[in-house]
Design a protein around this ligand. Structure first.
Ligand code: APR
Length: 320
C-alpha cells in the first residue's frame, strides 16, 4: 500500500518539528510547504538526511507551490505568525486571517480530500475561517488546542503529585484562550477524579487551583521564556496524535476544536470538546455532563470565541 502523504503548511518552528516527528514515526511521506523560499527545502533535506540515522523510508520534500500538496491525506496548518511577549493569541487575528484565506484556497484546489488540522492562532477562529475558505466538509477540518492544553494540565499534575503522566487523564475544553475550561471533575489521577485526589491527599486544593491557573496561562509562560516565538514541541506532538488517530483509524477520543451543530447547546462555531477521531474524521462528539460552574465557565469561553469569529467577519466580508 502506498504511504500516506502528509502536507505541512507552514515550515516554521512547529512545521519543522511536525516534519521531524512524522518522519521518525514513519507516519507518511512529508511535504513541507512555506511561502519563505529555502526554509522548507532546507528543513526537508536536513530531516531526510536524518532518516538514514533513525532508519525510516519516508520521503521529505520542501515546496513553495501548492501543487506539491496534491492528493495529501492530512494537512497540518501552522502558517502565520506566532505570539511575541505581551501579545495575546487574539492580537494575531488580522494577519493570520489573510493567511488562512490563502491556505484554505490552496487546500481546496489541491487536497480537497485531506483531513485538515489547524494550529494557527487564534485557534478557534482560525479553524472556523479555514473551513469556510476551503469549503471542506466540517468533519474533516479540526483545530488543535485541547490536546495541548490538556497535556499541560496533565504534566503539571504529574509534576506536583509524582504520579506518572501515563496515569493522568486531564481534559481542557472550550476555546484556546486564557478562559479555557480545565475540567477538574472529569480529569483523573490513577482513576481518581481530581476532587477525590485532593480528598485522598495526593495534592492540596491550593495546588490544584494553582495548576488550573497555570494551565490557562501555559502558552504565555512559554512565550515569556522564549521571547522570540511560541511553544512548538508540545503543539507538534499534539497534532501528530490527532493525525495518527485519523490515519490509523484509532478512534481516539481527544479534545479538539470541532464544528458543533447542537452539541453542548451550541451551533455554527468551532470550540474545544472531546471528539472521536477516526478514518471518517470527526466521527462523534462526546458530551460531558456539566454542573452550573462548568456551564458558566464554558459559556464565558464560548463568548470569547464568538467575539473572535465576529472580528473575522468584520475584517473579511466574505465570511459574514
Ligand atoms: N503561507 C504559508 N506559510 C506562511 C504564510 C503563508 N501565507 N505566512 C507565513 N507563513 C509561514 C512563515 O514563513 C513561517 O515559516 O508560517 C511559518 C510560521 O512559523 P513560525 O513563525 O516559526 O511560527 P510557529 O511557532 O510554527 O507557529 C505557527 O501556530 O501555535 C500557532 O500561534 C502560533 O499562529 C502561530 C502558528
Amino acid at each position: 500500500m502506498a504511504r500516506a502523504k502528509i502536507a505541512l503548511i507552514g515550515a516554521g518552528m512547529i512545521g519543522g518539528t511536525l516534519a521531524h516527528v512524522a518522519a521518525r514515526e514513519a507516519l507518511g511521506d512529508v511535504i513541507l510547504f512555506d511561502i519563505a523560499e529555502g526554509t522548507p527545502q532546507g528543513k526537508a533535506l536536513d530531516i531526510a538526511e536524518a532518516t538514514a540515522v533513525f532508519g525510516s523510508d519516508v520521503s521529505l520534500k520542501g515546496a513553495n507551490d501548492y501543487a506539491d500538496i496534491a492528493g495529501a491525506d492530512v494537512c497540518i496548518v501552522t502558517a502565520g505568525v506566532p505570539r511575541k511577549p505581551g501579545m495575546s493569541r487574539d492580537d494575531l487575528i488580522g494577519i493570520n486571517l489573510k493567511v488562512m484565506k490563502a491556505v484554505g484556497e490552496g487546500i481546496k484546489a489541491h487536497a480537497p480530500d485531506a483531513f485538515v488540522i489547524c494550529i494557527t492562532n487564534p485557534l478557534d477562529a482560525m479553524v472556523w475561517a479555514l473551513q469556510k475558505f476551503s469549503g471542506l466538509p466540517k468533519e474533516k477540518v479540526v483545530g488543535m488546542a485541547g490536546v495541548l492544553d490538556s497535556a499541560r494540565f496533565a504534566y503539571f499534575l504529574a509534576e506536583k503529585t509524582g504520579v506518572s503522566v501515563q496515569d493522568i487523564h486531564a481534559w481542557t475544553l472550550g476555546g484556546h484562550g486564557d478562559d479555557m475550561v480545565p475540567m477538574v471533575r472529569h480529569s483523573t489521577i490513577g482513576g481518581l477524579p481530581l476532587p477525590d485526589a485532593v480528598a485522598a491527599g495526593l495534592l492540596s486544593q491550593g495546588d490544584l487551583d494553582a495548576i488550573v491557573d497555570r494551565t490557562r496561562k501555559g502558552g504565555g509562560e512559554i512565550v515569556a521564556l522564549l521571547k522570540t516565538g511560541s511553544a512548538f514541541y508540545a503543539p507538534a506532538e499534539s497534532a501528530i496524535a490527532m493525525a495518527k488517530s485519523y490515519l490509523l483509524d484509532q478512534k481516539r477520543v481527544l479534545p479538539c476544536a470541532v464544528w458543533l451543530s447542537g452539541e453542548y447547546g451550541l451551533s455554527d462555531l468551532y470550540v474545544g470538546v472531546p471528539a472521536l477521531l477516526g478514518a471518517g474524521g470527526v466521527e462523534k462528539v462526546i458530551e460531558f455532563t456539566t454542573n452550573d460552574d462548568e456551564k458558566a465557565m464554558f459559556k464565558k469561553s464560548v463568548e470569547s470565541v464568538q467575539g473572535l469569529i465576529q472580528a473575522c467577519k468584520d475584517i473579511d466580508a466574505s465570511l459574514a
